[in-house]
Design a protein around this ligand. Sequence first.
Ligand SMILES: O=c1ccn([C@@H]2O[C@H](COP(=O)(O)O)[C@@H](O)[C@H]2O)c(=O)[nH]1
Length: 234
Amino acid sequence: MSNPVFVALDTPDLRAAEALARSIAPHVGGLKLGLEFFAANGPAGVRFLGEVGLPIFLDLKLHDIPNTVGKAVAALAPLAPAILTVHAAGGRAMLEAARAAAPPACKVVAVTVLTSLDAADLAQAGVHGTPAAQVDRLADLTRAAGCDGIVCSGEEVGQVSARWPGGTFVVPGLRPAGSDVGDQKRVLTPADALQRGASVLVIGRPITGAPDPAEAARAIAASLKASAALPAGV
Ligand SMILES: O=c1ccn([C@@H]2O[C@H](COP(=O)(O)O)[C@@H](O)[C@H]2O)c(=O)[nH]1
């Protein structure tokens, strides 16, 4: 993957998503479509944006019993996503069912600890310890289930990528220095995350909410090159 940035098109508006996608396409490596977009536009919307010509990351964060998740993944397979998310907390059998039902070319990655959560949030949910410890536990479970990688924050990607050679490490919660973090709690800059071992950089509002999204995407790509984190020519 040359340009690791997948832009999160978090909008229910199909035409707005298309316009954004086309304007930033030269500066990103793929499009991430999540719950907001999928709830409004469904599989037809995914096919429509597929015509932009960039890899599609379906971020649906599936989390249910193994039978249900397996069948949902099978139903999504004709959309040929490059990446698909499930929740690692769904357990080993659910992760195995997702991997078995996905096309071989689709990377199935499991969300460990959402980047909008910190240690206090985890404690409220009965998980005591640091986000980093929980990410490690769920990464081990995901790997044992045969999935391709995980979603974690930039704070954990260094430790977890060192433990899992060949894994795919998807990192959201990315903010260029000085930008608004919004609802994210575990954040890092895109260049720092890449240098720590991220494979895929998920960036939404810093691009889509910018006055000039194409310029914001271009500047982020330039920051990756400047930090020597991205191969020349990208
Ligand atoms: O732990 C996670 C998992 C997924 N996301 C998704 O990434 C983007 C982030 O958007 P920003 O606007 O850059 O904050 C969004 O689509 C989330 O659903 C995440 O943030 N954290």
